[in-house]
Design a protein around this ligand. Structure first.
Ligand SMILES: *[C@@H]1O[C@H](CO)[C@@H](O)[C@H](O)[C@H]1NC(C)=O
Ligand SMILES: *[C@@H]1O[C@H](CO)[C@@H](O)[C@H](O)[C@H]1NC(C)=O
Ligand SMILES: *[C@@H]1O[C@H](CO)[C@@H](O)[C@H](O)[C@H]1NC(C)=O
Ligand SMILES: *[C@@H]1O[C@H](CO)[C@@H](O)[C@H](O)[C@H]1NC(C)=O
Ligand SMILES: *[C@@H]1O[C@H](CO)[C@@H](O)[C@H](O)[C@H]1NC(C)=O
Ligand SMILES: *[C@@H]1O[C@H](CO)[C@@H](O)[C@H](O)[C@H]1NC(C)=O
Ligand SMILES: *[C@@H]1O[C@H](CO)[C@@H](O)[C@H](O)[C@H]1NC(C)=O
Ligand SMILES: *[C@@H]1O[C@H](CO)[C@@H](O)[C@H](O)[C@H]1NC(C)=O
Length: 901
């Protein structure tokens, strides 16, 4: 996963987007670029504006030339123009439409109608007089028909296929139009002045023919899946005023010096491509530029001072590049700027220059830099500011919001800003809907919260707030609050011990990692994500049954007691249930009805007894089951195998017993990543058929879609500390993606199968404390990732393999085996050839993304929250449910990533 994607995720952790928007977000996730502004714009913009057709008299009377939107030739009476844009048309557009019989049409605009995803019809080619054709955002599907390319008189062609979604999105596709042969398609259009083919999948190199389209004024090819090198000739078209080729992630190139000749250019958007190098100083001559988007490329060097010349700029986005150095002073006179984004530009040092001339600024984003020192006071005078994001710098200073009446979003998190109580922010901000003050060194709830009337989302996490959660906090926004994150503070309870929060719209509540010593706050019925983990909650948990909308419930690591209420089994949406690390007793309730929605159950470290309830087989989506460290008394739940999506089963440290393979039992654990049966009383042979069914472990899946978003794919088997006997089956060598294998402290006999050398990703192998005999297979020295190896306390003999990782293992790895000899043991081998090192083995190492060299290790050590997210994240791209899961997780994800660094 690229850092871009991380940043993307982090930035968007607080989006209040409807579910379908998340789908968009995720379709774009890979490509990391889209401004929130744009997202919200998309939602807001599709509306039925002007139903012209309604005024038409279709009864045969009247002159159609007088109808709204129709233009006729005065002499001939032929219809020559139709403009039904934003016309509220809905339904199929088919080839036999009478439209295609209007052979004299010169201008046709059907933009922004909803043709209900009908196939893009043939027929436009008949309209040979057309010079203007506009079908932008009209919900057509399929290949753009080639007959359009006959229209050689076209001066303006707009087929922009951007979707302006009407919710719910349902099954609709993202990119609906394709144009497999763009070069042929446009070659006749040499008269074109305007061309917009954005959001059409071309899946081709940039169309070179365009460099000869000398009349072009406006060229828009956003998100067309163009790749390869960008022909710089396009930046020499003499009449070009607007060029937008953004979001073509695999288009690369440099900005040529000749760009300076395009003196009338007023829009240049190359965001989200793969441009690199320095920005040429000739850009300083583009004095007409109003819109410049260079975000998410690989530009480097200091932000050039020539920007100071671009005094017409209203939109400037340089975010997500590799610029360096200070922020400079070039911006101080760009008085027309409304939108300035310098996020994640590796900027450092203080902001010593004033913002006071940027009086029109609406959006200012400087997040993810290393800016230091005081925030210039001039910033607090920018009255039009709606969006201020300074997240993740090292800025200091006193915040003064009282002039920023238009502010909608304020993020000052993770800075060095402190709110001394006398300088406390004191302002009424009537439009503020999102406020993030994480890690702002707050010691109490800021008083002005009480006066916010429209707050939807607030985060005060990672501060030092003590005492109780005051009820006045939501005086103004009781009816609007959706998301509240108070995690990582020192809160002990609620004012007046009011554990029923009167917030009727709240969907997300996170008060984890505080010091709450109350009973369980009862989840408001609207809440779907509820995290009160890591507190000191006491008493029983029956009140969770109020949470009818819960999707994610995390009450882990508290002091809750009593039994698990059976309502957890039949909540309509509950997908993640974490009650781990409490003092719960009794049986796990037998209450999972058909259609149970649970995907993850974590009951680790309680005092639960009895068998695993068989009704869990109704939870067909279950992926993760952790019952470790309880007192569960049961045979191996063979029926778990009916849960075909299971990825993680952890039964460690219970009282499970008996052999696992009854005669002829069949298993299907195709997706299993982690199976931990350690510290139980399992006996009999190692379960051959079970191991045989672990298909996910058999393939090294780097490309597989399902795992491609997972930062790691840990494959892990732990059967240690049981009473397994017999031989280690050879087939274990088929589980090629295993990273961790522990069979220690059993009663295994026979020799170590040489097939283990096939486990080329193995990092840890523990076979100690068994009765294994024979030699250590010499080819194990091929396991270049092996960093932990233990075969001590067996009956092994012969020479210890030499070379590679084996040179790094200590004596303890081999101790208590009478017959072993050779380094690191003191005992020398005597037979000839015993100490010969193995010839080098050609080994294909994974690249940078390898799991083994990354920081993820830290998280992996404990199978904790971080790990879990990896798993969950892995799915979220695939199906709806998992997206919902993620929806609830952003904060955890975010924490997780903070842990990481
Ligand atoms: C729109 O498309 C859907 C799915 O193809 C179809 O069921 C529906 O009838 C269409 N509506 C109109 C008005 O054509
Ligand atoms: C046009 O063709 C569609 C099928 O493609 C048919 O259902 C419809 O009746 C036809 N309309 C006319 C006016 O012929
Ligand atoms: C096409 O029509 C839409 C909607 O009216 C308009 O916004 C857009 O500018 C038009 N495109 C061209 C190239 O004129
Ligand atoms: C674009 O088209 C190519 C080739 O048909 C296809 O492989 C790719 O998935 C498409 N991309 C999108 C985003 O639809
Ligand atoms: C551009 O036009 C010139 C002269 O007509 C021709 O030689 C050249 O091949 C054209 N370039 C492209 C890329 O079509
Ligand atoms: C970005 O461009 C460089 C060449 O400048 C190329 O090596 C790299 O593969 C490109 N990346 C992508 C994602 O296309
Ligand atoms: C920019 O304009 C100046 C003066 O108009 C001219 O001297 C200079 O050559 C131009 N630079 C570029 C790179 O076009
Ligand atoms: C933040 O700034 C202070 C000085 O203002 C400096 O001591 C500290 O190292 C900076 N922290 C980071 C992470 O750069």
């Amino acid at each position: 996963m690229s850092t871009h994607v991380f940043h993307w995720l982090l930035r968007r952790r607080y989006l209040l987007l409807p579910y379908s928007m998340f789908l968009i977000a995720f379709s774009l996730l890979e490509n990391h670029v889209i401004s929130l502004y744009k997202l919200t714009y998309i939602v807001a913009s599709f509306q039925c504006v002007y139903p012209k057709v309604e005024s038409w008299s279709l009864d045969g009377h009247g002159d159609c030339c007088s109808w709204d939107g129709i233009e006729c030739d005065k002499a001939t009476g032929h219809v020559i123009g139709i403009d039904l844009s934003h016309g509220c048309l809905f339904g199929t557009l088919s080839s036999n439409t009478s439209l295609f019989r209007l052979l004299h049409l010169e201008s046709l605009n059907l933009a922004w109608n909803d043709f209900n995803y009908s196939w893009f019809p043939y027929g436009f080619g008949n309209l040979s007089q057309l010079y203007y054709l506009n079908l932008s955002s009209s919900y057509l599907l399929g290949k753009v028909p080639s007959d359009i390319s006959w229209l050689s008189k076209l001066v303006s062609l707009d087929l922009n296929a951007e979707l302006h979604l009407q919710l719910p999105l349902g099954e609709r596709e993202w990119i609906s139009l394709e144009m497999p042969n763009i070069d042929n398609f446009i070659q006749n259009f040499t008269m074109l002045k305007e061309l917009d083919l954005s959001f059409i999948n071309m899946s081709s190199p940039f169309p070179h023919v365009l460099v000869n389209f000398s009349s072009l004024k406006s060229l828009k090819l956003t998100e067309c899946e163009l790749h390869g090198e960008f022909p710089t000739g396009t930046l020499q078209l003499p009449n070009l005023k607007a060029l937008d080729i953004s979001e073509n992630y695999n288009l690369f190139g440099k900005v040529p010096i000749s760009i300076g000749n395009l003196v009338s250019l007023n829009e240049l958007s190359i965001d989200g491509c793969n441009f690199s190098g320095l920005l040429p100083t000739s850009m300083g001559n583009l004095s007409q530029l109003g819109h410049l988007g260079l975000s998410s490329n690989e530009f480097h060097g200091q932000i050039p001072t020539f920007f100071a010349n671009l005094t017409h700029l209203s939109y400037l986005d340089l975010s997500y590049n590799n610029f360096s150095g200070g922020i400079g002073h070039w911006f101080v006179n760009l008085v027309k700027l409304t939108d300035l984004d310098l996020s994640d530009c590796q900027l450092s040092g203080p902001i010593t220059y004033s913002f006071k001339n940027l009086t029109q600024l609406v959006w200012l984003r400087l997040y993810y830099n290393n800016l230091q020192g005081e925030i210039p006071n001039s910033l607090w005078g920018l009255k039009d500011l709606e969006w201020l994001d300074l997240y993740g710098n090292n800025l200091t200073g006193t915040v003064d919001l009282h002039k920023l009446k238009k502010l909608r979003m304020l993020d000052l998190s993770f800075n060095n800003i402190s709110f001394a109580s006398k300088a406390e922010i004191n302002a009424t901000l009537p439009k503020l809907s999102a406020l993030y003050l994480s890690s702002c060194n707050l010691h109490e709830f800021p008083k002005f919260l009480a006066y916010l009337g429209r707050l939807e989302e607030i985060s005060l996490s990672h501060n030092n707030i003590e005492g109780s959660v005051p009820m006045w906090m939501w005086n103004g926004s009781r009816e609007s609050l959706l998301i509240m994150d108070l995690s990582h503070n020192f809160l002990i309870g609620f004012e007046n011990n009011q554990i029923n929060l009167p917030l009727p719209k709240l969907t997300n509540l996170d008060i984890s990692s505080n010091r709450l010593k109350t009973e369980l706050p009862s989840p408001p019925p609207s809440v779907n994500r509820y995290n009160i983990s890591n507190n000191f909650l006491i008493e029983e948990i029956q009140s969770i049954c109020n949470g009818r909308s819960l999707i994610i419930m995390d009450l882990s690591n508290n002091r809750l007691n009593g039994t698990i209420p059976s309502c957890v089994g039949n909540m309509d949406y509950l997908s993640i249930l974490n009650l781990g690390k409490n003092k719960l007793v009794g049986m796990i309730p037998h209450a999972y009805p058909k259609g149970c929605t649970l995907e993850m159950i974590d009951l680790i470290e309680n005092r639960l007894q009895g068998p695993v309830p068989r009704s869990l087989t109704n939870c067909a989506n279950l992926e993760y089951l952790n019952l470790a460290h309880n007192q569960i008394l049961d045979g191996f739940p063979l029926w778990l195998s009916e849960l075909t999506k299971l990825k993680v089963v952890i039964l460690k440290s219970n009282k499970f017993y008996g052999p696992i393979e009854a005669y002829r039992s069949q298993f299907n654990f195709s997706y299993m990543h982690i199976m931990d049966l350690s510290y139980n009383n399992f006996s009999g042979k190692l379960p051959f058929k079970l191991l045989q069914s672990l298909h996910a472990m058999e393939v090294i899946t780097r490309q597989e879609r399902e795992y491609s978003k997972v930062p790691f794919a840990l494959m892990h088997i732990d059967f240690s500390n049981n009473k397994f006997e017999g031989q280690i089956p050879d087939l274990i060598g088929d589980l090629k993606s295993l990273i961790f294998l522990n069979l220690s402290n059993n009663i295994l006999t026979g020799s170590i199968p040489p097939s283990l050398a096939n486990l080329t990703l193995l990092e840890s192998l523990d076979l100690s404390r068994n009765k294994l005999s024979g030699e250590i297979p010499r080819n194990l020295a091929q396991l270049t990732f092996l960093s932990s190896f233990n075969v001590s306390n067996n009956q092994l003999s012969g020479p210890i393999p030499q070379g590679s990782q084996f040179n790094t293992f200590s004596i303890d790895s081999f101790a208590m085996n009478e017959g072993l000899c050779g380094s690191p043991l003191p005992k020398k081998c005597t037979k000839v050839g015993d100490n010969l090192p193995l010839p080098p083995f050609p080994h294909e190492k994974f690249g940078e993304e390898s799991l083994f060299n990354s920081e993820w290790k830290f998280v992996l050590i404990g199978v904790g929250v971080g790990f879990l997210i990896g798993i969950v994240l892995g799915n979220l791209i695939i199906d709806e449910k998992s997206i919902i899961i993620w929806l609830g997780f952003p904060h955890a994800l975010y924490l997780h990533m903070f842990e990481r660094t």
